[in-house]
Design a protein around this ligand. Structure first.
Ligand code: 8YV
Length: 305
């Protein structure tokens, strides 16, 4: 029996190969051999559209390494009979932890405190500003899915009051519901974005939402960078129309607007919500489980379409 060919993003190859190369032939997803693949494991940022699918005539499965699958045109895949899988649940706790860490970091000035100690400022008696309390805040969560709910649970333990927005009020959720982001932003002190990427969320958070959040407001984003109008955010931070931001995701990664780099009220991370040894291992295991299930004709563990 011939071994199925799996096209794997080069950056993931060293970690995925030991899990799968005993039963599959692995090729570089961006190389000429990818044409023969039945399954594709794309890289985080690379777009998989109809043209990419058409260039791989035997493609049956796109196994996304991530919960967000905005980089894949799922409609185009479905139309071609190609199945799509993602890696939900296994990264929920880590992304939620990072959202809370960013929030605490912004209010308490943890990153600026670290920089002060490292440059010898503490030892030299340099004055440093007081931070602000993180506990007890009114927090709005835009995108109350699995990750949003895990963030809410953590923040409730910090005596925060949670509100949320979304297309629909959710059954069995007691938090205050706001049908739109402007209303949510005006009701809270901290706005946490856990929105998926794609056209439906493009620049949902612009000048109007930031204005509603107000001069004491803090924006946290652990979802997708496209949901924020970045020039509007930079202007609001520069002009003190919001107080601070904690950002793990950006509109054009890995580019970060230069002006943010000089702002102490901003904490920046390189899109690493799921980047722990434990979670990245579990994500790869799930990618492999989906490929193996597809090849064996079993039900896919985490199908998208
Ligand atoms: C991934 C993410 O690590 O799961 C997601 O949607 O944003 C991250 O956890 C990233 O997509 C790289 O694979």
């Amino acid at each position: 029996m011939t071994r199925p060919t799996i096209a794997v993003n080069a950056a993931l190859m060293p970690r995925i190969a030991p899990l799968i190369e005993d039963r599959h032939t692995l090729v570089d997803a961006d190389g000429p051999d990818a044409r023969a693949a039945i399954a594709l494991v794309p890289g985080g940022g690379s777009a998989v559209d109809g043209a990419v699918m058409d260039a791989m005539p035997g493609l049956e499965l796109i196994a996304v390494h991530g919960v967000g699958y905005d980089s894949v045109d799922v409609g185009a895949a479905t139309a071609r009979g190609i199945r799509v899988t993602n890696t939900p649940d296994v990264l929920t706790d880590d992304v939620a932890d990072l959202a809370v860490a960013l929030m605490v970091s912004v209010y308490r000035g943890i990153a600026t405190g670290d920089r002060l100690v490292r440059r010898g400022g503490w030892a030299a008696g340099e004055a440093f500003p007081l931070g602000h309390r993180a506990s007890g805040r009114r927090v709005g969560i835009a995108g109350l899915g699995r990750i949003g709910k895990a963030i809410a649970r953590r923040l409730e333990a910090m005596d925060c009051t949670i509100a949320y927005s979304g297309r629909h009020r959710q059954e069995g959720v007691d938090h205050a519901y706001h049908p739109d982001l402007v209303s949510l932003a005006s009701a809270v002190e901290t706005l946490i974005l856990v929105l998926p990427g794609g056209a439906a969320t493009d620049r949902l958070v612009g000048a109007e939402v930031l204005e509603a959040l107000g001069p004491d407001g803090v924006l946290i984003n652990v979802g997708r960078g496209n949901a924020v109008d970045q020039p509007a955010l930079v202007a609001a931070l520069r002009e003190g129309r919001i107080a601070g931001a904690g950002l793990d995701v950006f509109a054009d990664e890995p580019d970060v607007p230069g002006e943010l780099l000089g702002m102490d009220q901003v904490v920046l991370q390189p899109h690493r919500g799921s980047a722990t040894v434990e979670t990245r291992g579990a994500m790869l295991d799930l990618v492999v489980a989906n490929i193996d299930a597809h090849v064996a004709g079993r039900a896919l563990p985490t199908p998208v379409n």
